[in-house]
Design a protein around this ligand. Structure first.
Ligand code: ASP
Length: 353
């Protein structure tokens, strides 16, 4: 399938750096596809945070709810989620409903013509004819990017949002994490200058990867990567952070870092990606947030988790005001509303409301 767009074929495009791919994800100078965090800059992140707060305010009253509902009435979205997901799926569905968009979904390729040997690309292209937006979760890194690249070539291009691509990226989770950090530190100097510890399976955790990519947009942040050696961050991302001059340190003892951080980002072990049961040989309990850590965690620091959790954070911690993970869930829905409204150029209407 040697297709060429803007003078570039897929193989060449795929090898480009994230920052070079950026221009293929915009249309008339506005964000069109949401594929990877490297495509976003600081003004965009600030804008998303501002708009999300505005939307939350609008949605507090019935008039505002009706206004939001009217913004994209008549539009249709397809949620193509062929990797397990309920929370992100429902979060996007709720975001679409808030904007008056109708949703259809594909959850399992076993019921589609892919079973007849159809290329997945053709399946998605067929579905794209029926809708105005595709939200896609796929086990393969780069699949959403490939679909966005292909859909750019058709006469009726449809925007693609990457809702999680294998071990690689989860850009909308990273954007909601940025919004959560932004809200938490609004009165404490913002995200600039903050120290953030990422804990757990950093090698295979796509939310960590995507958020680390986004944090290069903030000045003087320090990232601590706390993980067992087998699950430390990938070399590609470390290389990126060095290039972008983001300060980071790799560590393996959680309690050492807690007294000096502003945020602790916990993650579960991603054992669905095991090739030979290797997770079973790792003592992951050393990467749990223990109740006694609450005493040494600074009073304005926050605890984050993309969920689902297992035993990384005991339930008793939920009552602590620094536990932010349930807020992250709610913020996620609002950030997705903002992103979809922005793709469909409704940001101006929202600002003027
Ligand atoms: N929900 C997140 C994801 O989709 C985190 C996880 O599954 O651990 O990557």
């Amino acid at each position: 399938m040697a297709k060429v767009i803007k003078g570039i074929d897929w193989e060449t495009f795929h090898k480009l750096r994230g920052s070079e791919k950026k221009e293929y994800f915009i249309r008339d100078e506005k964000i069109f596809h949401i594929i990877m965090p490297q495509q976003f800059d600081r003004p965009f992140l600030d804008e998303i945070c501002e708009l999300t707060s505005k939307i939350r305010g609008i949605a507090k009253g019935n008039k505002g709810i009706a206004f939001l509902q009217s913004l994209l009435q008549g539009k249709r979205a397809m949620l193509y989620f062929v990797q397990p997901s309920t929370r992100t799926f429902l979060s996007f569905m709720a975001a679409c409903q808030i904007l008056g968009i109708q949703c259809s979904d594909v959850r399992d390729t076993a019921t589609s013509s892919e079973m007849k040997g159809e290329w997945q690309e053709d399946t998605v292209r067929t579905f794209s004819s029926y809708v105005d937006l595709i939200v896609m979760r796929h086990p393969q890194a780069g699949f959403a990017e490939r679909i966005a690249f292909l859909l750019n070539q058709i006469s009726r291009p449809v925007p693609v949002i990457n809702a999680g691509s294998g071990k690689d990226q989860h850009p909308t989770q990273a954007l909601l994490d940025i919004y959560t950090l932004h809200r938490s530190f609004e009165n404490y100097g913002g995200i600039d200058g903050k120290k953030i510890a990422f804990v757990g399976d950093l090698r295979r955790g796509r939310t960590v990867r995507s958020l680390a990519y986004l944090l290069r947009n903030y000045s003087d942040v320090t990232l601590y990567f706390v993980a067992p050696p087998e699950l430390q961050l990938g070399e590609d991302l470390k290389e990126y952070l060095r290039e972008q001059q983001v300060a980071f340190e790799e560590m393996d003892r959680l309690e050492e870092v807690i007294p000096s951080v502003d945020a602790v980002y916990m993650t579960r072990i991603q054992d669905e990606y095991d090739e030979a049961g290797e997770s079973k040989r790792i003592d992951y309990s050393a990467y749990y947030f223990k109740k006694e850590y609450l005493k040494i965690l600074p009073p304005n620091a926050i605890i984050m988790h993309p969920l689902p959790r297992r035993d990384e954070i005991p339930v008793e911690i939920d009552a602590d005001k620094r536990a932010m993970y349930w807020r992250q869930v709610r913020n996620g829905m609002w950030v997705r509303v903002t992103l979809i409204a922005t793709i469909f150029l409704k940001d101006k209407d929202i600002k003027e409301y």
